[in-house]
Design a binder for this molecule. Structure first.
Ligand code: SAH
Ligand code: SF4
Length: 345
C-alpha cells in the first residue's frame, strides 16, 4: 500500500502520471487532504470514480496508530503512537490562551545521546524515524484541531530523539510541514543537544527555522556530567556554531535550561552562564526539571530561579521560566512511554 501522507504534492503528481491521470488531479487530491481535510475518497466528488476506486484499493493514509492518549486539565494532549514495526513514540499538543497551538513531535525512537536526566536518553536508541513518520505526527494534530475549528500554528522538534542525529529525515519533514501544513519556518523550532557540524550545516539551509540548544550547564565539566555529548563538542565549539547560525539566519537562538535544584541553579552557574552568553543574540528558556525514574535530581525552587534570572539580567542576558505543560500527564520527553513500559512489566 502507498502511504499518501508519505508523499509530497510533486510525488503525488508523479504517481498520477504513472497511473495515466492528469497532473491537476494531484492538486485536487491534495486539497481534499490538506485544505478541506476530507479523508473519504468517495466524498472527493471532483475526482473521477475510477481514480477514487484505485486510491481506495492501493493507498493508505498514514502509518501511525494511537497506542495511548492522555489529556491534561491545561488542554495539553499527549499521544503515544505505535509505528508499523511496533516501536512506540510520543507527540504532544499544547494549547495556549492566545491562538497558538503547538505540536511537539519526535524524530527518533529512543536516543543515543544519553543525557542523564532525560527519560528518552535513559531508554537508549532503537531507530531513526522516517520523514513520513515525523511529519505524520503533526498531520494528526492538525486534523484533530481542524475538527474543532482551530489550526495548528507551531511545531517543535522537541519530542523523543535528537533531530540532528537524524538530519536528512528531520529536514525533509520540516519542508513538508511548510509545504503541506502551511506552517511558516519561523513557527518551527528544532531543538538539538548540540551537534556542532549539523548546526553549521543547518545554518546553510537558508531557512528561518528557530534553533533551540539544550545547554543546561555553563561550564564544560558540569555540562559533560549531564550531557555526554559535551565531551565531543565542548561549549566553545558549540557557541561558535550558534553564533554562526545567528550570523547566517539573523535569528535569535534559544538556550534550554532544565533547572535542577542545587546543580545548575546556583549563583555560580548563573554567573558562568552570564559570562558565556553576554552580548549574544539569544534567550534562555528555563524549564524546571521534570523528575524521571533514572535520575535523582529535583526541580529548582521559584526562589532559586528568581535569583538566577536576576543575576543573568546583570549580564544583559534575557531569561524566562517556561510553565510546565501537561505535568499531570507525564508530558515530558519520553515520560509517557517510560510509564507505559513500566506498567507493562
Ligand atoms: N534531543 C533534542 C530534542 C529533544 S529533548 C535536545 O536534546 O534538545 C527536548 C528538550 O527537553 C531538551 O532541551 C532536553 O534537554 C529537555 N529535557 C529532557 N528531559 C528533561 C527533563 N526530565 N526535564 C526537563 N527537560 C528535559
Ligand atoms: Fe536525546 Fe535530547 Fe534526551 Fe538528550 S535530551 S537524551 S539529546 S532526547
Amino acid at each position: 500500500m502507498l502511504n499518501l501522507y508519505g508523499m509530497s504534492l510533486s510525488e503525488i503528481e508523479v504517481l498520477f502520471e504513472r497511473w495515466g491521470e492528469a497532473k491537476y488531479r494531484a492538486r485536487q487530491l491534495w486539497e481534499w487532504l490538506y485544505d478541506k481535510r476530507v479523508f473519504d475518497f468517495d466524498a472527493m466528488t471532483n475526482l473521477p470514480k475510477a481514480l477514487r476506486i484505485r486510491l481506495a484499493a492501493e493507498t493508505t493514509l498514514g502509518v501511525l496508530s494511537i497506542a495511548a492518549e492522555q489529556s491534561s486539565y491545561d488542554g495539553t494532549v499527549k499521544r503515544l503512537y505505535r509505528l508499523p514495526d511496533g516501536q512506540l513514540i510520543e507527540a504532544v499538543l499544547m494549547e495556549y490562551d492566545d491562538d497558538r497551538r503547538t505540536a511537539c513531535i519526535s524524530t527518533q525512537a529512543g536516543c543515543v545521546m544519553g543525557c542523564v536526566f532525560c527519560a528518552t536518553g535513559q531508554m537508549g536508541f532503537s531507530r531513526h524515524l522516517s520523514t513520513e513518520e515525523i511529519f505524520e505526527q503533526a498531520v494528526h494534530f492538525a486534523t484533530y484541531l481542524a475538527e474543532k475549528g482551530e489550526r495548528l500554528s507551531n511545531v517543535v522538534l522537541m519530542g523523543m530523539g535528537e533531530p540532528f542525529h537524524n538530519y536528512e529525515a528531520s529536514l525533509a519533514a520540516i519542508h513538508r510541514l511548510m509545504s503541506d501544513l502551511g506552517i511558516g519556518a519561523r513557527h518551527i523550532t528544532v531543538s538539538t543537544v548540540g551537534l556542532v557540524p549539523e548546526i553549521r550545516r543547518f545554518a546553510e539551509e537558508g531557512l528561518q527555522v528557530r534553533l533551540a540548544i539544550s545547554l543546561h550547564a555553563a561550564t564544560d565539566e558540569e555540562r559533560a556530567a549531564l550531557l555526554p555529548v559535551n565531551k565531543r563538542w565542548p561549549l566553545a565549539d558549540l557557541l561558535d556554531a550558534c553564533n554562526y547560525y545567528i550570523h547566517k539566519t539573523g535569528r535569535r537562538v534559544t538556550f534550554e535550561w532544565a533547572a535542577i535544584a542545587g546543580e545548575n541553579d546556583t549563583p555560580e552557574q548563573a554567573h558562568a552562564l552570564g559570562r558565556l552568553l553576554r552580548g549574544m543574540v539569544c534567550h534562555v528558556n528555563i524549564i524546571p526539571l521534570n523528575p524521571t525514574g533514572g535520575y535523582s535530581g529535583d526541580p529548582s525552587s521559584n526562589a532559586a530561579l528568581d535569583e538566577f534570572i536576576a543575576i543573568l539580567e546583570g549580564y544583559g542576558v534575557n531569561a524566562t521560566v517556561r510553565v510546565r505543560r501537561g505535568i499531570d500527564i507525564d508530558a515530558g520527553c519520553g515520560q509517557l512511554k517510560a510509564k507505559i513500559a513500566q506498567q507493562g512489566e
